[in-house]
Design a protein around this ligand. Structure first.
Ligand code: ADP
Ligand code: AMP
Length: 216
């Protein structure tokens, strides 16, 4: 299974992806997470990327395509994977097509999670992430058992710089102009499914699983 999960920032891509990778045994390829990890390791790539990320801008197509290409070449990813947050531009979507055709492969499903802007804003400003394991919480919708502490690993929770309101607004406007056009790019291939993301975590997941059953 080769799944792409897309939608605006804060739609719930990461939350749903976490469940999908466990249930379907998929390699999780999150470009945002790869950039953040690279930054934490003190790498030049991460430092360069984080300057764009903190302002809510996209990292260049060239850098992003390159890290995805390298990741897809690893043995675990050639079988089954879930792409989360990539592609984010039509240029990236075209580059992904080239990579997949080189692997004699194609996407099984493109899951597009749809959420209104007012809900997105509330979700993003309340998001908290574990510094150690990357697990995601929400102050109101998914609070940790102990304040600022990760239920999974005991790590410290923090607010991403790009989840502050100015960055969020920029990210939403970039989503509209650069990322949304990808939906049209995948139309007509028989793999695109729109999922209502304005439901409980479990209801969204139920709808995604149903869509995957219908497609496979
Ligand atoms: P994305 O990966 O698309 O940016 P996340 O999965 O990190 O989004 O979700 C953004 C925030 O919204 C997180 O704090 C998460 O806990 C919360 N969230 C995600 N899905 C839901 C949902 N269905 N209902 C309520 N809150 C949600
Ligand atoms: P995410 O963790 O998916 O919310 O991504 C966080 C940030 O990383 C984004 O706002 C971008 O700045 C950057 N990023 C992640 N994926 C991509 C991508 N495919 N193309 C460009 N920038 C990206």
């Amino acid at each position: 299974m080769k799944i792409l999960v897309m939608g605006p920032p804060g739609a719930g891509k990461g939350s749903q992806s976490q469940k999908l990778i466990q249930d379907y045994d998929l390699s999780h390829i999150s470009t945002g997470e790869m950039f953040r990890k690279s930054y934490e390791r003190g790498e030049d790539l991460g430092k360069k990327a984080m300057a764009f990320i903190n302002e809510g801008n996209l990292v260049s197509d060239k850098i992003t395509n390159e890290i995805v290409r390298k990741r897809l070449m690893k043995p675990d990813a050639s079988r089954c994977f879930l792409l989360d947050g990539y592609p984010r531009t039509v240029t990236q979507a075209k580059a992904l097509d080239v990579m997949l055709s080189e692997m004699n492969s194609k996407l099984t499903a493109v899951i597009n999670i749809v959420v209104d802007t007012d809900i997105i804003l509330e979700r993003m400003v309340g998001r908290r992430v574990c510094k150690a394991c990357g697990h995601t919480y929400h102050l109101k919708f998914k609070p940790p058992q102990k304040q600022d502490v990760c239920d999974q690993c005991g790590g410290e929770l923090y607010q991403r710089k790009d989840d502050q309101i100015d960055s969020v607004r920029n990210r939403l406007s970039i989503y509209e102009s650069k990322t949304k056009p990808i939906i049209d790019y995948y139309k007509g291939r028989g793999v695109l499914v729109n999922i209502n993301g304005m439901q409980s975590f479990d209801a969204v997941y139920r709808d995604i699983k149903k869509a995957l059953r219908d497609l496979t």
